[in-house]
Design a protein around this ligand. Structure first.
Ligand code: ADP
Ligand code: MG
Length: 230
């Protein structure tokens, strides 16, 4: 599904350049649930943003579902992003003045889907995350965990091939984090490929595979249950 070889990324800051990713080789197959671990500043978000086509690498190759991701103009990148990827963020990124249902419906609106289709699909996905009754509520009327579940429904509504989550439990208490991760596990059990960036060990251990970044390279790649290097 994801195939990355020799990926490098530097940030230019004036005269200085910060070499964040220093030759990443990383493959993810369909149906995997992978945690990307590492301390703050280790390049987790940078890697996820490149995978999400929100940023570009300086060197290396990246193919997503056998499509080479390189030299894309913004229109094409946006098209692939909509087709392939769903995003979940630490801060939920919901639109405050829109209801839960309207937030979930937004990707369908951008895809030009008709109103009744948007309504029906959005309700279906709200039900999936256990929030059908909350459809008409605004984000300000929802708890953190509920907001993240709305964001998960929004990420799923366009049926992406891969779900990318950057610290999805970073703003939640441990009980709620656990609930959100259980939902992510359920979605993975239905076959969705999911990448979760986290710096929390407990969260990583709820995934099937843990990849650890340090000093710009992958220093560990382990299957969680078997505890075996791959
Ligand atoms: P993580 O998500 O693991 O905390 P990041 O990928 O966000 O790490 O950042 C890795 C390093 O790159 C950090 O030192 C950060 O300050 C730097 N960095 C991230 N984004 C930018 C940017 N847009 N410009 C300059 N430096 C950046
Ligand atoms: Mg980060």
């Amino acid at each position: 599904m994801i195939n990355i070889t020799n990926l490098h990324k530097s940030y230019q800051m004036g005269k200085n350049s910060l070499h964040v990713l220093k030759g990443i080789d990383f493959k993810v197959g369909e149906g995997e649930l992978v945690a990307i671990m590492g301390s703050s500043g280790s390049g987790k978000s940078t890697l996820l943003n490149i995978i999400g086509m929100l940023d570009v690498a300086n060197e290396g190759t990246y193919t997503l579902d056998n499509v080479p991701i390189e030299n894309l103009d913004e229109t094409k990148a946006a098209k692939y992003r909509n087709k392939f990827l769903g995003f979940i963020f630490q801060s939920f990124n919901l639109i405050n003045y829109k209801t839960a249902l309207e937030n979930v419906a937004l990707p369908l609106y951008y895809q030009g889907k008709k109103r009744d289709v948007r309504q029906e699909k959005s309700l279906e996905y709200l039900e999936k995350v256990g929030l059908k009754k909350w459809a008409t509520h605004l984000p300000s009327e929802l708890s953190g965990g509920q907001k993240q579940r709305v964001a998960i429904a929004r990420a799923l509504v366009s049926q992406p091939k891969v779900l990318l989550a950057d610290e999805p439990t970073g703003a939640l208490d441990s009980t709620t984090s656990n609930e959100v991760m259980k939902l992510i596990q359920e979605i993975n059990n239905e076959g969705k490929t999911i990448l979760v960036v986290t710096h929390e060990e407990e969260i990583a251990l709820m995934c099937k595979r843990v990849v650890r970044l340090k000093d710009g390279v992958i220093v560990e790649d382990t299957l969680v249950n078997q505890k075996k290097a791959i």
